[in-house]
Design a protein around this ligand. Structure first.
Ligand code: SAM
Length: 319
């Protein structure tokens, strides 16, 4: 996954002239805070250095993950043509950029962001929509927001105290005209937060669009957990700031997409990397009956083997 050229160019302008050593130092500090899921009352992106490090090393990954989740929504709801989007905990507006990438019908975006440093950068990046309004406010407090066709909450739940999450999900669902998409890091803890959100949304009457092909309890049990992977192209600066050698990284993520309208229900979704041999493809599937199981497609089965061989982690098996 490559960033849209206009976003890539805006990021390059923002980072122009910043010494690599400063970016690397800030990227290290940010990565430690994210890894430890630090909650010390300070926002992770509280200053310019952290905000620029986010642009360099995290935005490409959160864009790729959110984009994959939105692609699943578009696949489940070919009639969905959102005109308005609410991006809660927008950071530099990553999820809104991903939404613009998927739906040319979008006309306006409302982005709520509590950190002045990353909000200022997001404003300068220039989300390409006719109407863009940034709200300088704290999620969880009374904010004057209206219903939007699409509501996004990408990589935010892990920054909120556990006690605040349920109220925020309920509030965002009331603000959802059609679809709500929540994305989290693809860790066991991220999966648990998504499971909790899923339960709340199902109780509130939402239809689950993706990734689950059913609304039964999740069939996975710890130490297993549901997550997916998105391959992200790294810019030269990204590689240098992270000390990486390969021109890509794999971002593990988990998401839930819920809607007021039902979507097309697949037979199953591939929930692990396929295992392929000369004689067969084995897919770990989450199925419409609510169970998860390995399914083996033998080469001698012909067409079903050919179809299975083309499927990847995260894809659906059509009915
Ligand atoms: C990891 S970043 C994700 C940004 C963006 N959604 C993305 O996917 O790239 C989390 C963002 O949520 C913001 N945030 C966290 N808690 C918040 C709150 N209570 N109110 C508003 N923004 C908040 C942070 O400042 C940060 O910009």
């Amino acid at each position: 996954m490559q960033l849209p050229p206009s976003l890539r160019a805006a990021i390059d302008r923002e980072l122009h002239g910043i010494p690599l050593a400063d970016l690397t130092r800030a990227a290290d500090a940010l990565s430690q805070r994210y890894r430890a899921e630090v909650q010390d009352g300070r926002m992770h992106l509280s200053d310019d250095a952290a905000a620029r490090a986010y642009l360099t090393t995290r935005l490409p990954a959160t864009f790729a993950a959110t984009s994959a989740a939105l692609a699943a929504v578009a696949g489940a709801r070919s009639d969905f043509a959102p005109r308005t989007v609410l991006d809660a905990g927008a950071g530099p507006g990553t999820a809104s950029w991903a939404a613009v990438h998927h739906w040319s019908t979008l006309e306006s975006a409302t982005l709520v962001e509590g950190s002045p440093a990353i909000r200022a950068i997001g404003q300068r990046l220039g989300l390409p929509l006719a109407h863009v309004s940034w709200v300088a406010g704290k999620l969880g407090t009374a904010l004057d927001l209206s219903r939007r066709d699409l509501v996004l909450l990408a990589y935010v739940l892990d920054e909120l105290p556990e006690t605040a999450r349920e109220a925020l999900i309920r509030q965002l669902w009331t603000l959802t005209g059609d679809a709500l998409v929540i994305v989290e890091p693809g860790t066991p803890a991220g999966w648990k937060r998504i499971l909790h959100a899923r339960d709340l949304l199902i109780q509130a009457g939402a239809h689950i669009l993706a990734p689950c092909p059913h609304a039964q309890p999740c069939p996975l049990a710890a130490p297993d957990w549901c997550h997916f992977s998105a391959r992200v192209a790294r810019s030269r600066l990204h590689r240098e700031a992270k000390g990486g050698t390969v021109p890509w990284e794999d971002e593990k993520f988990i998401y839930i997409a819920a809607s007021r309208q039902p979507g097309t229900q697949p037979e199953a979704r591939v929930i692990a990397p396929p295992r392929t041999s000369k004689a067969a493809v084995t897919l770990k599937l989450c199925q419409e009956d609510g169970y998860a199981a390995d399914r083996v497609y033998a080469k001698r089965a012909g067409d079903s083997f050919k179809i299975a061989r083309r499927l990847d982690w995260g894809d659906i098996v059509r009915k």
